[in-house]
Design a binder for this molecule. Structure first.
Ligand code: SF4
Length: 662
């Protein structure tokens, strides 16, 4: 094992470590935490895309319809000159930055530092599209914005409630923890809009009508409170808001919930009782909860269940399961338009000034910046003139992406720092070639807030550079203070200084160990991070979807992920082994609906919403009546809903649509 080096899997937020032999570039699973000798196919074949012939090798500049190679020096000079000119003419908020959930903590830290020193909080990352609703709800309820417990706790809880989340496809290795818990006798309750692979392991399978999650959660709370199954001592001593929630859930009887959710009242009763009587439990959720206009309220409603039962600390945990490998790190490093590093609000003057002083200035901008999902309208209005994107592909990943593509064309300056010529990069004025994850060193934070080190395994391809090096050059070219880094470790040491919990820890410890939890392994064992130290129970009412099915668009369109695909496909489609495993993406249609529409298995169909239409082959089954299920990875966002919830997350999981056989 000594010749192997460890890297962090570049795909999902579970954060498996890979052991790579630099001579053969063969991958083995890391035997220790967190993956314990396991990997899913994506991890096993993680290095394949790195050696793709499609890799960008030189900086490129647009000249008319063509992209022409230029030197790094020329690229930096021209980009910085244009950014400064736009700031001079229109102010710093005319520039926006998009960070990446795939690059390291150091790289996200540097990009948000550049944005804020440049004078704007227009810095965001794709956490906005997935779990920002969880962050807002967790901040409101507990005062912190991330997963509360480590994965290892999962196997010791007596019940696991999995909501709008399909780990068997999205985080396959976490299933191992869930199955270990089940072996020890834990009850597994799964709530989803369709029968997922995860449901195959469930004791209770709650197939819910899309958009009715709050009704189910409130009905479960109704049972828990009505039958006095809640933890009275915990509720009295450590929470506020109990009387309000007791009043609010009174009308959400299981019988009422059955009519709205489609789940039999008896099943709701039983699932609620089972979860409550287990004595300890986890609530895990994914984008099935957050990507709704009711995303924040949905998450508050399931947090209520854990708080009523005292399933916090040793007795339970809240697990908003992250999508990309460093989405947790990007958010924690401050690549969000409303938070400084550590989810500290921009209005926290003491912390803000401390960060400013570390960066060699008096203060930082205090106005919330634009959410990633608000950028496109701001560009259309002419408020944003320049956009600098690191490793994100909004021309495919954003809801209703044709409006994003229109906006990208309007920019005075678009810079894309990328590994491949993505759909977004095709609109750029400058494309900067970035090194892949194994061609550089740096740290990443997984969903359980474990910071892990990824070691450099091989040299960068062509003239590509690690993102931190490119951003160091950019900071210098812009004349910002403190951009004199000559190693990535200097940046790690700098971000360590922002967090009191890391002050005593060293970069060497991080490089040689199994990771460091920030701020600590388990949160809220004795208090909450709210002003009075108590958690808040929030009475939430059902929020209806932005567009409901009607005569014209009678079906609900929802999007899902597949085990061998990853996000917009730029990496997985360049991995020959994964492509072999994938098969053709299909839209899932209920058999009964298909019969009515004359659609047979394998037929080409058109799926249309108010935003446009896409074509795909049909697969019959796997969707309840009235629901159409599309893998999100490629073109589904051509037609998804851009309606935003309070945290700026679009309603990707619910659009009204119609289908027809072609
Ligand atoms: Fe990578 Fe996630 Fe698969 Fe682990 S479970 S190998 S982190 S994609």
């Amino acid at each position: 094992m000594s010749e192997h080096k460890t890297v962090v899997c570049p795909y999902c937020g579970f954060g498996c470590r890979l052991l790579v032999d630099p001579k053969t570039m063969k991958v083995k699973p890391y035997p220790g935490e967190p993956n314990r000798g396991k990997l899913c196919p994506k991890g096993l074949y993680a290095l394949e895309f790195v050696f793709s012939r499609d890799r960008l090798r030189r900086p490129l500049k647009r000249e008319g319809q063509k992209m022409r190679p230029i030197s790094w020096g020329q690229a930096m000079e021209e980009i910085s000159h244009k950014l400064l000119e736009i700031r001079e003419l229109y102010g710093p908020d005319a520039v926006a930055f998009i960070a990446s959930s795939k690059v390291s903590n150091e790289e996200n830290y540097l990009l948000q530092k550049i944005a804020r020193l440049f004078g704007t909080n227009n810095i965001d990352n794709c956490a906005r599209l997935c779990h920002e609703a969880s962050v807002h709800a967790l901040k409101l309820a507990l005062g912190t914005g991330a997963q509360t417990n480590p994965y290892e706790d999962l196997e010791n809880f007596n019940a696991i409630l999995i909501w709008g989340y399909n780990p068997a496809e999205t985080h396959p290795v976490v299933m191992d923890y869930i199955l270990k818990a089940k072996k020890k006798g834990a009850k597994v309750i799964v709530v989803d809009v369709r029968e997922t692979r995860t449901m195959a392991f469930a004791d209770y399978k709650l197939v819910i009508r899309p958009g009715t999650d709050i009704v189910l959660a409130n009905a479960m709370a109704n049972v828990i409170i009505g039958e006095e199954l809640y933890d009275e001592e915990f509720v009295k001593a450590r929470t506020r808001g109990f009387s309000e929630i007791r009043m609010a859930v009174r009308k959400y009887t299981p019988e009422y919930a059955e009519k709205v959710t489609g789940i039999p009242a008896g099943t709701i009763h039983e699932a609620a009782r089972t979860f409550a009587l287990a004595g300890s439990g986890a609530v895990m959720w994914g984008m099935g909860l957050t990507q709704h206009v009711s995303g924040v309220e949905n998450v508050l409603a399931v947090i209520n269940l854990a708080l009523l039962l005292g399933y916090i600390g040793e007795k339970g945990g809240l697990y908003p399961m992250r999508g990309q490998n460093n989405v947790q790190g990007a958010a924690y490093m401050g690549a969000l338009s409303e938070f400084l590093p550590g989810y500290v609000p921009l209005t926290d003057e003491k912390f803000r000034k401390r960060v400013a002083s570390l960066w060699g200035v008096d203060d930082l901008p205090t106005e919330r910046g634009l959410y990633l999902t608000e950028l496109w309208e701001a560009i259309e209005r002419g408020d944003v003139k320049a956009l600098y994107i690191v490793g994100e592909n909004p021309a495919v990943s954003e809801a209703d992406f044709m409006r994003v593509r229109r906006a990208l064309r309007k920019l005075d300056l678009l810079v894309v720092q990328e590994v491949f010529m993505t759909r977004t990069a095709r609109y750029a004025h400058y494309v900067l070639p970035a090194s892949a994850f194994c061609e550089k060193s740096g740290s990443y934070m997984n969903s359980e807030r474990r910071i892990q080190w990824g070691h450099k395994i091989c040299e960068p391809m062509g003239d590509s550079k690690p993102d931190w090096e490119i951003l160091t050059m950019l900071g210098r070219a812009l004349g910002l203070p403190g951009f004199s880094y000559s190693s990535v470790e200097e940046i790690t040491a700098e971000y360590f200084r922002l967090f009191p919990e890391l002050e005593e820890r060293s970069v060497d410890e991080l490089k040689n160990g199994e990771g460091i939890f920030l701020p600590r392994k388990r949160l809220h064992t004795w208090d909450f991070a709210t002003p009075d130290g108590r958690a808040r129970l929030f009475a939430v009412e059902r929020v209806r979807p932005w567009e409901e099915p009607d005569k014209e668009f009678p079906f609900v369109l929802t999007t899902v992920r597949l085990i061998s695909h990853y996000n917009t496909g730029e990496m997985t489609l360049r991995s020959p082994s994964l492509v072999k495993l994938m098969g053709e993406p299909r839209v899932l249609i209920n058999e009964h609906d298909a019969r009515k529409l004359g659609i047979r298995d394998g037929d080409w169909v058109e799926i249309e919403t108010r935003r446009g239409r896409i074509r795909m082959r049909a697969k019959l089954g796997g969707a309840p009546e009235g629901v159409v299920v599309v893998p999100f990875h490629f073109k589904a966002n051509r037609i998804t809903s851009p309606a935003l919830n309070k945290a700026g997350t679009p309603e990707l999981k619910f659009s009204a649509c119609r289908i027809r056989k072609l």
